[in-house]
Design a protein around this ligand. Structure first.
Ligand code: ZN
Ligand code: ZN
Ligand code: ZN
Ligand code: ZN
Length: 679
């Protein structure tokens, strides 16, 4: 078999076929005298196709059959649709039975696209197209259950048609997999067929615009979704959004306008405050709102439509003061004077001094654990932690930390198992406050969140979410398809929500098994996401978007196996490419007489069920894995790195990361066994 074939046409009209023996070393294997005006294109590494524009026949020149130059080594194929345009070669990802890479030639005649497959037969796809577009296919483990894809553009009608075609032992069939009608003239377009995101088309328009269309989403997104319901939209230019108890608090672009919303049966504006300076901190305790402004003003308002000012002091240095809410009090830590104050939420508000801290705390590393009504303050040299218990008002407890000051701590966050240290270089540690006093490295995180006893980190270098359950001592990873720009847990920490701004996607994962439950397209998402009870608060196009989460506890396989669902394909399918699987095939009759090609529309029911069976088998395997390897599994059949501990000759062990692409589900199973043994 020839490894690599090069065809050179000399000025003397002699065609040389060269074969690469080694890099930069060529050997001439065949020489042909070119017939006048012949066009030629290599179909694969053994076949060259010669044809003339305007003619309806072609010669297939098979290199492995030709001992030397002979006219009869050309095989003439007659009765082809006329070569009105030049041919293009397309690679097939559907493999030949020999396991060899496969290819086809495509050209356009009036009212038809012609596909000449390397099996020697051709078929026609009727329609006016004119331009063959580049198509990239990423189907991973699922590629064997799909055929080959072709993307055609008709510049006159601005219509893009994507076809899937298959060759099963010489019998061809094709189907219109997806199409897109654009409202503008298209100059160029490329198509991406992806397992997760379905069909995406990128095109440039003659007015200079560059556009991206998710054709799958456009085809299958319903007008009204059945699972996620959009409750309410409020138009406001918002740059910051937080949830405090029952309230949603927003800040506008100037950071001088603060609005408080409450959600009961619908979202309502409770309070609207405009201040003169930038709001640097705010905090809510039952019916009072505390605001610190950049000029050092601390004010407390009663939460009502009248926003009555109840307390004010101008004595705070806004950048060295931290305010927290514990039980029914505001707690204020002053990093300069080391003083601790409380303001109790009573009829008359008073600043009450609790005590003075024994250590320097200009970096005001503070956090509260609301469930235990505790405030934690870490000293500037990290050697001491002060704990103030709201239940024992005047007592400050001091604990020696054994923390070294080699890492720079940016922030601390209390969880039930201890304190999460957010350090310089995006490093996250869990520091246990029990007798062990251990500090565990959790990973590097571009974004992270703590809720109750769970911690989630987003590691951007491998596009993974790493989830820790600190009480059950579990760790799991979830592969995200693209990237994560913001994340948050649901109230019960059973679900994770991820925003991918590039793809304008909101993704929902089940923490226990890492499954992606929902993918929702929302235009212009901001990197802001918060949950309250069964609702998600998001920002899109500068508007606040409230989405209710309907509880649904059917597992993914059940949905596909037993329950006949009327749901939207986008929500049913984890792999969006499968949304298109019900499109009807057109089968080309396999008459020996190739001139007598007739097309019949095959109904979906009489087609082989291989697609659905294969699809369900792979899915079942994935779900079995999910059940065995709790709490989370990598839901992606494409694995970036395999970790391995290797013992060196001197007995030391080093951790090795090997980039690895796993092709089949069975190798994937091995991968998991391997990890369990070695790590
Ligand atoms: Zn074929
Ligand atoms: Zn932090
Ligand atoms: Zn992917
Ligand atoms: Zn992004």
């Amino acid at each position: 078999m020839i490894e690599s074939l090069v065809k050179v046409t000399l000025e003397t009209d002699v065609i040389c076929y060269l074969h690469t023996k080694q890099p930069e070393s060529y050997e001439i294997i065949k020489k042909l005298k070119k017939k006048s005006e012949n066009e030629g294109i290599l179909l694969n590494d053994t076949t060259d196709v010669h044809y003339d524009i305007g003619q309806s026949f072609a010669y297939l020149y098979h290199l492995k059959n030709a001992e030397d130059f002979q006219n009869d080594s050309f095989r003439r194929i007659d009765d082809l649709p006329s070569f009105s345009s030049r041919c293009h070669r397309v690679a097939c990802h559907q493999e030949l039975s020999t396991g060899k890479a496969d290819a086809a030639l495509v050209w356009f005649d009036v009212g038809t696209a012609v596909v000449l497959h390397s099996c020697g037969k051709h078929f026609c796809i009727p329609g006016d197209y004119g331009i063959l577009c580049e198509t990239e296919v990423t189907l991973y483990d699922f590629s064997r259950i799909f055929g080959n894809f072709l993307c055609f553009l008709n510049r006159h009608t601005s219509k893009i048609s994507i076809f899937e075609w298959r060759c099963d032992e010489g019998s061809h069939r094709y189907r219109l997999f997806a199409y897109l009608q654009v409202d503008h003239e298209i100059s160029l377009c490329v198509c991406h067929v992806d397992l997760y995101f379905g069909i995406t088309v990128y095109c440039t328009l003659d007015n200079g615009e560059f556009r991206k269309y998710s054709v799958t989403m456009m085809s299958y997104l319903p007008g009204q979704s059945i699972i996620l319901k959009q409750d309410k939209k409020l138009i406001q230019s918002i740059i910051d959004l937080q949830i405090h108890g029952d309230f949603i608090v927003t800040l506008d672009e100037t950071k001088k306008n603060l609005k408080l919303y409450r959600f009961l049966n619908h979202l309502s504006l409770v309070m609207d405050i405009c201040v003169f300076n930038v709001v640097t901190q705010y905090c809510i305790v039952s019916s009072h709102l505390l605001i610190i402004e950049s000029n050092g003003t601390l004010s407390i308002y009663e939460i009502s439509a009248f926003s009555e000012l109840k307390f004010e002091t101008t004595q705070v240095q806004h950048d060295v003061v931290k305010v927290h809410a514990v039980k029914s009090s505001f707690l204020i830590v002053n990093g300069t004077t080391r003083e601790l104050f409380s303001i109790e939420n009573k009829r008359s508000l008073k600043l009450k001094k609790i005590g003075t801290l024994r250590f320097e705390c200009r970096s005001v590393l503070t956090t509260v654990m609301p469930a235990q009504s505790k405030l934690f303050i870490l000293s500037d040299d990290y050697s001491t932690l002060a704990i103030w218990h709201a239940n024992k008002t005047y007592m400050i407890q001091y604990v020696s930390t054994l923390l070294d000051s080699s890492v720079l701590i940016n922030n601390i966050h209390a969880v039930s198992a201890g304190i999460v240290l957010h350090c310089h270089d995006q490093q996250i540690f869990l520091w246990k406050l029990d007798d062990s006093n251990t500090r565990t490295f959790l990973g590097r995180a571009r974004h992270f969140q703590t809720k109750n006893n769970r911690i989630v980190l987003y590691d951007g270098s491998v596009n993974k979410l790493i989830v820790y359950d600190t009480t059950q001592m579990l760790r799991g990873t979830i592969q995200v398809p693209n990237c994560c720009d913001a994340l948050c847990f649901s109230e019960d920490t059973e679900y994770l929500f991820v925003i991918d701004r590039e793809e304008s996607m909101l993704l929902m994962y089940q923490v226990n098994n890492g499954k992606c439950l929902e993918k929702l397209f929302i235009e212009n998402l901001s990197a802001q996401i918060q949950t309250m009870d069964d609702r998600l608060v998001l920002l899109s196009n500068d508007e606040m978007l409230l989405i209710s989460i309907a509880k649904q506890h059917t597992s993914y396989v059940e949905k596909n196996d037993h329950v006949p669902s009327n749901g939207c394909a986008l929500f049913e399918e984890q792999y969006w490419i499968c949304c298109h699987k019900k499109r009807p095939w057109v089968r080309i009759s396999t008459d020996n007489d190739s001139s007598n090609i007739s097309t019949t529309l095959a109904s979906s029911s009489d087609l082989p069920l291989t697609f659905d069976n294969d699809y369900l088998n792979i899915l079942n395997e994935l779900n079995k894995l999910a059940d065995v390897h709790l709490p989370c599994v990598d839901g992606h059949p494409y694995v970036d790195f395999v970790k391995k501990l290797r013992t060196m000759s001197d007995g030391t062990q080093i951790l090795i990361y090997t980039p690895c692409r796993l092709k089949t589900i069975f190798q994937r199973l091995l991968y998991f066994d391997f990890i369990d043994q070695d790590i």
